[in-house]
Design a protein around this ligand. Structure first.
Ligand code: ATP
Ligand code: MN
Length: 478
C-alpha cells in the first residue's frame, strides 16, 4: 500500500478509501473507549486526526506518545468533530519509532524560542519551525523561478577564495597548516606558500566579483549560495554563515537595478503568500500573541499578512542618501536627541536611522541611493558629483538593510584609482580588471540576504530562528 501525505489526505482526495498514513504523534487524548491521535508529517501545518476506537487496547496504544513515529492504516472519513474536515478511522497502528515520554524534550506546553534553539535538532517538529522552514523552502524555490523566468543564468561562485579585496567583512581563514607549528617565512610570519593552495585563502564573503565576470558573457546571472562573515557582533540580524542571492546584470544602470530588486522582492513574497498561506497565517497569529505582551506603543500596526500584502501592492519609496539625511536631521526624533549615533552628511546610516526612515517616516520599504563614496565599496560607480557613488540599499520594516547593491565602476582608470585609495593591489585583482579591459560595459547588481528575507516574511524577530542550524559567535552546535 502506498503512503499518502497528510496534506493530500486533508484535501479529501481519497475520502471513503483505505489509506496508509505515516508521521509523528503530536498529541494523544481520549479514554478507555476512544483515543484521538494528532499526526503530523511535515507536509502541512495541520495535523490529521486518527481515531482509535475500543478495538485498540490501552496496551496497544501505550507507545503512541508525543514524538513517536507511527504508521496508520484506516479509512479516511468526513470528521464528526469540530476542527477538521477529515479524519482517519484506524484499523491498524504500528509504532515505528518510540519516543520515551519521560525524556522527550518537546511537550505539549508552549516552549520559548530560546529553549527550542538549544534543541534545534528537534525544533523542526514544532508548529512554528515547521511553518518557518516550509516558508523558507518556498522562498528559495521562488528565487530560482523568478530568475529562471527572466532568462538569468545561475552561476556557482567559489566558496573558498583567495581574494580578500572585497572588504565586506571579517573573513574565516581556510588552511591545512599545522596550527601549533606552522611553517614560517624569514620574517617569522606564517608562510602560506606552503599551505594547500599556495596562498592564504578564506571562506567567501560575497560571490559578486566572480558574478561580474560571468555577467560579461551571459548578460544576466545570479548566485544563490552560502556566505561567511566572521563578524563578532551578536545581533538579531547577523549570522556567521548565511545565504545570499546576488544577481548581476550587464547593461543595467542603478535605476534598472532598483526596479529589478523591487520586482524580485514582491515576486517572492507573493509566491509565498500563494503557496504557504496557512503557514503565514499561523505565524501571524503567533506574532499577534507575542504582541499582546508588549506595551501599546511597541505593538505592530498591521498583522503579518496585512504587512506582506501592503508590501506587494505598494511602490517602495525611493530617496537619495542626501534626502535621507535631511529627513533625519529635520525629525523631531533628532531634535529631541533621541538618536544615539551622529547624523550628518558623510556618516554611515546606523540601524536606528534606517528604522526611523522605514518604520516611522515612510512606513514602507525604502530604497536609499547615492551614498558618499567614502563609506561604500571601491567597485561602486562614482557619480558625476565626485562625492557619491551609485549605490542602493533597500531597507525593510523590522529588519533594516535587506539588500545592498550598486552600479559597478566600469571605467578602469577610476576603478584603479579607487582601489589604490583603499590599499588594494592591482596584481591581486588582475582578473577583475581584465573585464574592464576587454569588452567592459556598464553593469549593476545587488545582494539580498536570504535569511533577512525569510525573517521579513515569517515575522521572526531573531535571524537564528530562520536558518535550521545557526552559526554565530561561540555557537556551532549540531
Ligand atoms: P549590515 O550593514 O546589515 O551588516 P552589510 O552592509 O554588511 O549589512 P552587504 O555586504 O551589502 O551587507 O551584504 C548584502 C546583504 O547580505 C545585506 O543587505 C544583508 O541582507 C545580508 N547580510 C549581510 N551581512 C549579513 C550577516 N552577517 N548575516 C545575515 N545576512 C547578512
Ligand atoms: Mn555588515
Amino acid at each position: 500500500m502506498q503512503r499518502t501525505k497528510v496534506k493530500d489526505l486533508l484535501q479529501g482526495a481519497e475520502v471513503g478509501k483505505e489509506v496508509l498514513l505515516k508521521g509523528w504523534v503530536r498529541t494523544k487524548r481520549g479514554n478507555k473507549y476512544v483515543n484521538f491521535i494528532a499526526v503530523n508529517d511535515g507536509s502541512t501545518i495541520n495535523n490529521l486526526q486518527v481515531v482509535a476506537d475500543e478495538k485498540f487496547s490501552e496496551e496497544a496504544l501505550k507507545d503512541v506518545t508525543t514524538g513517536a513515529a507511527i504508521a496508520v492504516v484506516g479509512q479516511l472519513v468526513e470528521s464528526q468533530g469540530k476542527g477538521q474536515a477529515y479524519e482517519v478511522q484506524a484499523t491498524s497502528i504500528e509504532v515505528v519509532g518510540k519516543a520515551d515520554p519521560e525524556t522527550y524534550p518537546l511537550q505539549k506546553k508552549a516552549h520559548s524560542l530560546e529553549f527550542l534553539r538549544e534543541i534545534a535538532h528537534l525544533r523542526f517538529r514544532t508548529n512554528t519551525f515547521g511553518a518557518v522552514f516550509r516558508v523558507r523552502n518556498t522562498l528559495a524555490f521562488a528565487v530560482h523561478k523568478f530568475f529562471n523566468e527572466k532568462g538569468f543564468v545561475y552561476i556557482h561562485t567559489p566558496i573558498i577564495t583567495a581574494s580578500d579585496a572585497e572588504g565586506a567583512g571579517e573573513m574565516f581563514r581556510v588552511t591545512t597548516l599545522d596550527p601549533i607549528n606552522p611553517p614560517l617565512t624569514e620574517n617569522g610570519e606564517v608562510n602560506y606558500e606552503e599551505d594547500f593552495f599556495g596562498k592564504a585563502t578564506n571562506l567567501t564573503v560575497s560571490g559578486q566579483l566572480e558574478g561580474e565576470l560571468a555577467a560579461m558573457a551571459f548578460s544576466d546571472i545570479y548566485t544563490f549560495g552560502p556566505t561567511f562573515r566572521a563578524e563578532n557582533s551578536n545581533t538579531t540580524r547577523h549570522l556567521a554563515e548565511f545565504w545570499m542571492i546576488e544577481p548581476e546584470m550587464a547593461f543595467y544602470d542603478l535605476k534598472m537595478n532598483a526596479d529589478l530588486a523591487e520586482e524580485f522582492i514582491k515576486y517572492i513574497i507573493r509566491y509565498a503568500l500563494e503557496h504557504n498561506r496557512e503557514d503565514i497565517e499561523f505565524l501571524g497569529q503567533r506574532l499577534a500573541e507575542e504582541d499582546k505582551a508588549k506595551p501599546q506603543n511597541e505593538r505592530q500596526e498591521m498583522t503579518l499578512l496585512e504587512k506582506l500584502e501592503f508590501v506587494v501592492n505598494n511602490d517602495f519609496e525611493r530617496v537619495t542618501y542626501t534626502e535621507a539625511i535631511d529627513i533625519l536631521v529635520n525629525s523631531n526624533h533628532y531634535k529631541k536627541k533621541k538618536f544615539q549615533y551622529e547624523v550628518s552628511w558623510g556618516v554611515d546610516l546606523q540601524s536606528e536611522h534606517e528604522r526611523y526612515l522605514v518604520e516611522k517616516h515612510f512606513k514602507k520599504p525604502v530604497i536609499v541611493t547615492n551614498y558618499p563614496k567614502d563609506i561604500k565599496a571601491f567597485y561602486m560607480r562614482l557619480n558625476d558629483d565626485g562625492k557619491t557613488v551609485a549605490a542602493m540599499d533597500i531597507l525593510a520594516p523590522g529588519i533594516g538593510e535587506i539588500v545592498g547593491g550598486s552600479q559597478r565602476e566600469e571605467r578602469i582608470d577610476i576603478l584603479v584609482e579607487r582601489m589604490k585609495g583603499v590599499g588594494i593591489h592591482e596584481e591581486d585583482l588582475w582578473w577583475y580588471l581584465d573585464t574592464r579591459r576587454f569588452g567592459g560595459c556598464p553593469h549593476a547588481g545587488f545582494g539580498l540576504g536570504f535569511e533577512r528575507m525569510v525573517q521579513f516574511v515569517t515575522g521572526m524577530g531573531n535571524i537564528r530562528d530562520v536558518i535550521p542550524f545557526p552559526r554565530t559567535p561561540q555557537n556551532a552546535e549540531f
